[in-house]
Ligand binder design. Sequence first.
Ligand code: PRP
Ligand code: URA
Length: 209
Amino acid sequence: MGKLTIMDHPLIQHKIGIIRRSDTGTKEFREIVEEIAMLECYESTRDLELEDTEIETPIAKTTVKKLAGKKLAIVPILRAGLGMVPGMEEMIPNAKIGHIGMYRDPETLKPVEYYCKLPADIEERDVFVVDPMLATGGSACDAIERLKGHGCRNIRFLCIIAAPEGLARLQKEHPDVDIVVGALDDHLNENGYIVPGLGDAGDRIFGTK
Ligand code: PRP
Ligand code: URA
């Protein structure tokens, strides 16, 4: 089973508390989503390989660590996943970025793919799939299936808020994927929204409602 991390860091809990509020405006919402993504990226890159390298400080020669140069990719699920990209890029600036566009059909709640553009060598990369919300889990599972179809074998999924239903589905369908969750909420309501959640993440990031 992949590793599941539910973030318990006070900074993340504080920031999620702000974006849940219905009186938090678009600008602040967007900024905080970026910050949370940065902190989650920090957590999910804990196991990146390092190698030794010889350097000179102004005082002496020494051996320091550097990243072993593993190729990385960030794949946001559009639209809301785009809000997490700047924070991820801040931490792993050399990562390539792919995009998978999906919307949830409001009646069936099933994801519908409308766009997919990935780095040509995606199968050689460790992939970080990002989407603030894991509700039924349909969008995340389909996006990861798509990436596996392209040959990706090392996939992590980062979200800000998860419903227990979506988390269970993702772990069942993709037991190899490491998952980072900012907060695990109570349940999904009859419209497939996470309770208490934060509403529609895409609308809140882009100010479309
Ligand atoms: C939201 C969210 C996820 C999806 C989660 O996207 O960003 O992609 O719903 O729901 P699921 O786990 O039940 O699939 P939405 O379909 O609202 O599209 P948007 O990001 O373009 O607003
Ligand atoms: N997508 C969202 O943006 N919010 C939810 O609560 C569920 C799915």
